[in-house]
Design a binder for this molecule. Structure first.
Ligand code: NAD
Length: 463
């Protein structure tokens, strides 16, 4: 459904009214403008104030964003699912709590020092100013909030050009960030956007003289656009993560981990398992566990063809299928699956379109490999050189090392569901912007800083 400006305003009002009822918000529509130039101007004004704030004051804003994200997790999750039709509310609630707890703040800013006979030299991490951020419809408020925490903790302000299909949810999150800032004694407009983001507003942002850095989270088109802008770009692009299973793995656990990772938020996360490569000797056992214990539905060749025609149109991915649950997808090809079904499985060649394409749906094709080396070769092919994410279930550290070197991805999860990479059931911090293409990897506050060398010659060394 096309969304116009007055509709967006009505919906924002309605949601804010709902929030006021629940005591979550006091006011409405901070940081939202009709025009991209106005949005950038407002973020620039706010940045002048943020620049003068202490690290402690920035941290107070960040803490308040965390608190408000926890409070609004359910509303944000429901809005995201209602507006985009993608994902599921329960998992989206978890994602919001995760980002609120585990996205790094100002503690991520560190200093490197050298001191000696010729004095003291520091590398300090300073802000860029106003950052432009482009965000996806698959994790809309998650990305806005996660980017805002890191970018503001680093001393910047941010202008978003969110995905038009997720504008209501994104505006709600941007509003939350500004309220958090105001309540913590910071300025309004630390995060800004426009009512109606388009490719044109995105271009204005990318070309604007006051935007020195652009962070793009999305598919290959947007990352290429940002990297062609002439500005410094952080490119968090597409993936197609394979899960490799060898004969040394705990096969039963591998089946559970892979299906849990694949079905999380209906497979929307870019890091989620998108296909399996299993060595021949354990492939049948793995498939059996997935079907008998993990709610997987095995489709026939004919059903695969129907599903392929439904999911992949001549113009590309059918957006009506992205982020839908397995039973809905099955119903689209005339199968009424039992309630416990959460994933669709089949065996196929690596070239099968439901295997080689990044689908973002709970569909797992299993590719059989004759041995480990063959499995690595197939998995590397399936990752398409995105260098994004890959997973392995194995107890052989030589195999794991060989795979890690060959596939060379920003994320490699061993013996766990993919979401362990986001700190969910794994160690480490959370992000929803994984800069696979430009090499920063999992972004955090320090990613949104520039390095500055401060040199004191011949003094301040007291060794
Ligand atoms: P998308 O590429 O359709 O849109 C992402 C954003 O880019 C949107 O705001 C969209 O309006 C904008 N955009 C698209 N083409 C553009 C262009 N040519 N110029 C300027 N802006 C443009 O992606 P989506 O469907 O919203 O999200 C899913 C994709 O994003 C998947 O490929 C997924 O792997 C990827 N993704 C990557 C990460 C990561 O951290 N690497 C995180 C989430 C999603």
């Amino acid at each position: 459904m096309p969304v116009n400006e007055s509709m967006v305003q009505d919906i924002v009002k309605e949601v804010v009214a709902r929030m006021q009822l629940s005591g979550t918000a006091q006011s409405a529509q901070h940081g939202v403008f009709n025009d991209m130039n106005q949005a950038i101007e407002a973020a620039k004004e706010a940045e002048k104030t943020v620049r003068r704030m202490t690290m402690d004051q920035r941290e107070q804003i960040v803490s308040n964003i965390r608190k408000k994200t926890h409070e609004a997790a359910e509303i944000l999750a429901r809005m995201g699912v209602e507006e985009t039709g993608m994902g599921n509310v329960g998992d989206k609630i978890l994602k919001h709590h995760l980002l609120a707890d585990k996205t790094p703040g100002t503690e991520d800013i560190t200093t490197t020092a050298w001191s000696g006979d010729r004095g003291l030299t520091l590398i300090e991490m300073g802000p860029f100013g106003v950052i432009g951020a482009i965000t996806p419809c698959t994790n809309p408020s998650e990305t806005v909030l996660c980017n805002s925490i890191g970018m503001i903790a680093a001393g910047n302000t941010v202008v978003f050009n969110p995905h038009p299909q997720a504008i209501r949810t994104s505006i709600f999150a941007i509003n939350l960030v500004n309220e958090a800032s105001l309540e913590a004694g910071g300025p309004d407009n630390v995060a800004c956007t426009v009512f109606k983001p388009t490719l044109e507003t995105s271009n204005i942002m990318m070309k604007h003289k006051d935007i020195p850095l652009i962070a793009a989270t999305g598919g290959p088109g947007v990352v290429t656009a940002v990297l062609s802008s002439g500005k410094r770009g952080i490119g968090a692009g597409a993936g197609n993560p394979p899960a490799l299973v060898d004969e040394t793995a705990d096969i039963r656990k591998a089946a559970a981990d892979i299906v849990n990772g694949c079905t999380f938020d209906n497979n929307l996360p870019c890091i989620a398992e998108k296909e399996i490569v299993a060595v021949d000797s354990i492939a049948d056992e793995l498939m059996n566990y997935m079907i008998s214990e993990q709610g997987c539905y095995l489709i026939s060749k004919e059903e695969q063809d129907k599903l392929t025609a439904t999911v992949l149109t001549p113009k590309g991915l059918n957006r009506k299928c992205v982020g839908r649950d397995a039973r809905t997808l099955l119903s689209m090809i005339g199968i009424q699956a039992p309630e416990n079904i959460r994933c669709i499985v089949f065996e196929g060649e690596k070239e099968h379109p439901l295997i080689s394409e990044e689908l973002m749906m709970p569909i797992l094709g299993l590719v059989r490999a004759k041995d480990f080396d063959d499995a690595v070769e197939k998995a590397v092919w399936l990752e398409h050189g995105n260098r994004h994410s890959a997973h392995i279930h194995s107890k052989n550290i030589d195999n794991i090392t060989k795979y890690a070197r060959a596939i060379d991805t920003a994320i490699l999860v061993k013996n766990a569901p993919s979401y362990a990479a986001l700190g969910f059931g794994g160690e480490g911090f959370c992000t929803f912007t994984i800069a696979s293409r430009t090499g920063e990897g999992l972004t955090s506050t320090s990613t949104f800083t520039k390095r500055r060398r401060c040199v004191m010659s011949d003094s301040l060394c007291i060794r």
